[in-house]
Design a protein around this ligand. Structure first.
Ligand code: MEZ
Length: 571
């Protein structure tokens, strides 16, 4: 339930509703969409990427001297867990055709295609359980041009426009042209898309789309896709081995500069294991749990940018790592679920963002970065936000309009996840609006790839959120769900082709020593040891006491980090 002091503002929302409902029933936009100049102004004035300390130059690695998101630059200027002489590479613990790092949608797709198209074996190494990934958490849908009035070309133009014309065109072409085939691939595997009465696919609008193109499985789209892909992976234990709670901590190279596998770390036994692989696919997802600029996040617990840092140390270039996506509608209240996703499909179905006086202040379906910036402006500059008891702020998202527009029962039927997310806390979203604020949602950039998912390093492939270039500096809704399917499949295909012909040389971790030297030469002083693996929410005083336990008694990564740090030459 909302606290009593919000009643006055809630009353205003009710009072302005009949007029707004009337507007919503007309074909015209309920609020004027912004011009190009207005968009630029709101972005530069209010998007967190444009805050003074949001970016800084990174001092080491392939993107040296480029301005990156500050937290990303910090992440990259860090020490590795290991040195080359700490790991015996002569006799790897496991050997396979493909090593796939990450057990989300991209990783599962890659393993399945490598098996089905090439008859190759894979190991999927995943930090938590298979499916503990942002894939599982996506709600509103997947874009694909399947309706009679749509086409991959239209989809291409929308994605490029949304990305401010900075997307790598060949990647967008691959995404949009493969889209309809991915819909069929997933349906054949068992995904039950929402359908119309006549059996055709149901499509909805998302922000920045010129056609209804969002395919959904209610608001459990990601869960449906992830469970289907996992089932298919589990159906082939002879070909795809899944190692859970075994994150990769470093890539292994060979003496010819090929990527040749990775060092895994068992979260259970704290042992390291080496995997030799003919090709390696990084499918580790993004970095939401770095809580960039202190924002709450929609992301799953393991999203700590591990793939970025491993690939970067090995020499792979990153692209657009100065650009962060804040989903316009994360939960602001109840605070127990602060940051959780409120799907964009709620606005697609008619939900309206309102200030504390119950007034519309932005067109509900602007591209994400614009919509998020407008909400921040309304709270920060215009004082139009509603404060929460813990010091957050939010604006209303008027969800009761949805049943009024589409008929009683529509919200519960089409948004069961959303309904349940709030009713647990006594908020019935068919009767009361939700209080929302932008939440850190997506890593727009990542490891640079081409349309074959290849990186600068032979044998290293990347798919899904860990990759960069596809979305430019702003991704549109539903294009990440398509992304991990299209490029997960492509990674399986091309990494498979490569695995069939490569002859690996002598395995090596020499790049870790070179990187350490580069840090020293650049004068970088840091305590940070990465990959982060798991975010720590312990308060500072507790963290200090944890780090003092350097005698190896306490299982856990903080001790290990500290021990390795202390053993570092010159530490
Ligand atoms: O693409 C996404 O981020 C997505 C589908 C999120 C949502 O609003 O539901």
């Amino acid at each position: 339930m909302y606290p009593d002091y919000m009643a006055e503002s809630l009353l205003k929302v009710t009072q302005t509703r009949p007029k707004r409902l009337e507007l919503a029933r007309k074909p015209d936009p309920v609020y004027p969409p912004m011009s190009a100049e207005e968009r630029r102004a709101v972005l530069e004035g209010f998007h967190p990427d444009f805050e003074a300390s949001a970016r800084r130059k990174v001092r080491v690695g392939p993107n040296r001297d480029e301005s990156l998101t500050t937290e990303v630059a910090d992440l990259l200027e860090s020490h590795a867990w290991l040195r080359s002489n700490q790991v015996d590479l002569k006799k790897p613990d496991f050997e396979t055709d493909l090593l796939i790092i990450g057990g989300g949608g991209a990783g599962c797709n890659a393993a399945l295609v490598a098996m089905k198209e090439h008859g190759l074996r894979s190991i999927i190494a995943t930090k938590l359980r298979m499916g503990d990934a942002n894939t599982m958490m996506s709600q509103g849908g997947m874009q694909a041009a399947v309706s009679r009035t749509d086409s991959p070309t239209r989809h291409y133009l929308d994605a490029i426009g949304g990305g401010h014309f900075e997307n790598k065109p060949e990647l967008v072409r691959a995404l949009t042209e493969d889209g309809p085939g991915v819909v069929k691939w997933l349906e054949d595997l068992g995904v039950c898309w929402d359908k119309q009465e006549d059996g055709s696919l149901k499509t909805m609008h998302g922000g920045g789309t010129s056609r209804k193109r969002m395919l959904s499985c209610r608001d459990y789209t990601g869960a449906m896709i992830m469970r289907t892909l996992m089932d298919e992976v589990r159906n082939h234990p002879d070909m795809i081995e899944v190692k859970e709670f075994m994150p990769a901590v470093e890539l292994i190279m060979d003496d010819k500069g090929h990527c040749a596998g990775a060092v895994l770390y068992s979260l259970d036994s704290e042992e390291f294991f080496t995997v030799k692989a003919k090709s390696t696919v990084v499918a580790t997802g993004g970095y939401g749990r770095l809580h960039i600029r202190g924002y709450d996040t929609t992301n799953h617990y393991g999203a700590t940018g591990d793939g970025l840092v491993m690939a970067y140390r090995a020499g792979a270039k990153l692209m657009y790592m100065d650009s962060v996506q804040y989903h316009p509608t994360g939960v602001s209240f109840p605070e127990q679920i602060a940051g959780f996703l409120v799907t964009e499909a709620i606005r697609g179905a008619g939900g309206q963002p309102l200030n504390k006086d119950g007034e519309l202040f932005v067109f509900p379906r602007e591209p994400r970065d614009i919509e998020a910036s407008a909400i921040i402006r309304e709270c920060v500059q215009n004082g139009g936000g509603v404060p929460t008891p813990s010091g957050r702020v939010g604006v209303w998202l008027d969800s009761p309009l949805i049943d009024m527009l589409h008929g009683e029962g529509y919200t519960e039927k089409h948004f069961p996840a959303m309904y349940r997310q709030f009713i647990r806390y006594g908020i019935d979203i068919t009767k009361l609006p939700m209080l929302i604020y932008p939440s850190l949602h997506y890593q727009n950039g990542g490891i640079e790839i081409n349309e074959r998912c290849e990186t600068d390093l032979p044998g290293l492939y990347v798919a899904g959120e860990a990759s960069g270039g596809l979305h430019g500096r702003n991704r549109l809704m539903g294009n990440s769900v398509l992304d991990y399917n299209v490029f997960g499949r492509r990674a399986g295909k091309y990494a498979g082709e490569y695995a069939k012909k490569v002859k690996l040389g002598k395995l090596s971790l020499a790049h870790l020593d070179s990187y350490e030297k580069e840090l020293a030469d650049a004068g970088v002083k840091t305590d940070l040891v990465t990959p982060v693996l798991l975010p720590s929410y312990a308060p500072e005083d507790v963290r200090k006491r944890q780090l003092l336990r350097a005698d190896n008694e306490l299982p856990g990564t903080s001790v290990l980090h500290n021990r390795l740090h202390d053993e570092r030459p010159g530490a």
